[in-house]
Design a protein around this ligand. Sequence first.
Ligand code: FES
Ligand SMILES: [Fe+2]
Length: 414
Amino acid sequence: MNAKDAMLAELKARNPSRSLGQKFYTDPDFYRLDLETIFYRDWLFAGHDCEIPAPGDYFTMQIGDYPIIVLRGADGSIRALHNSCRHRGSRICAAPKGAVKRLVCPYHQWTYDLAGGLIRTRHMDAAIDKTQFGLKPVHCESVGGYIFVCVAPVAPSFEPFRAQAERYLSPHKIAEAKIAFESTIVENGNWKLVWENNRECYHCAGNHPELCRTFPEKPTISGIDGVVGDQEIKTHWNRWEAAGLPSVFLLSDSGQFRTSRVPLLDEAVSYTMTGRAAVARPLSDSVTEPRIGTLLLFHYPSIWNHVLCDHAVSFQVLPLGPMQTQVRTKWLVHKEAVEGKDYTVEELTRVWLATNDQDRRVVEENQIGIRSPAYEPGPYAPEHEDGVRQFVDWYCRTMQRGLGGAQATMSRVA
Ligand code: FES
Ligand SMILES: [Fe+2]
């Protein structure tokens, strides 16, 4: 049986109230199907508008086999290009970020403008039609300060996500923020284990002493079903919505993305050891009330996110292999906040650097246990793990549809 049929058979036979079978987390052929069906077809978070403020500023990323350049053009607009020279294919930009006037291939110096147009070919100008050899474009959209790319020839509509994300994010003015710090870690675990761990806080009390000082571990926060019945959260939503901050829990019909603003514990206003703000200057000039909890946003398969009054934190998930995933975390603050005066990087990053490392460890231990021939799928906690179940259901539906199998019915619609 080929990998596609093997995966479809496993998807059809799975028990939705239990974790996935071993091959979904270990098998190189299943991993390749994940790349081809999800990561090579859908929108992925690339980075923030404020990372490339001026024409010629760029950053690079690797999506499976696709190297990509994301850059700001001479006209001020943000574009993404395939980072593969049209001469003999060399990668053009190897650095993670930088600033250029033109893109010059290091191999034989073919030169492209900031829109990807070919403008110079050493000793070949007479021989080729430059209009036919521009860098290939990648679909690129930006919403609320977040840039997304899609390498598929035809991208799915970005509009449903844009409409929702724009409304929730726009008060926070993240396009005008700055990155105060970023960290990149590699977790030796399948990308789905990284997400499953993110989608529940059943593990928080036993693993995250720093985070648990401010973030409530109750299932109505991380879950799907319970949140709508939580009276305490409803009271906060009413107050925040009345103040012009979209807050109510909203899960897309597809199950792919969600926005929800939730309160932190007690008097806490930020993810610090004291609960006090990490940054003296609010992130947005238009949102100065500190007690706004945290705006949670996820978009499968590549980003989850927290936006507080004083800063925001984005987490980008990119698969590196069947059992290896990169997680890049960025802390955003007001662009005029001054390090050493308005904040210290140590205080700003302490909780999430510790939490990320703790999550890396639990994901890696999860992966080691799943590789055991003795592993078999186990039951989800009904109350605490319905977020995990929602993610896994989304994954299974997406794979079944993408592989051409019968479409699964949604087991949960919020
Ligand atoms: S491969 Fe880029 S100039 Fe030759
Ligand atoms: Fe965690």
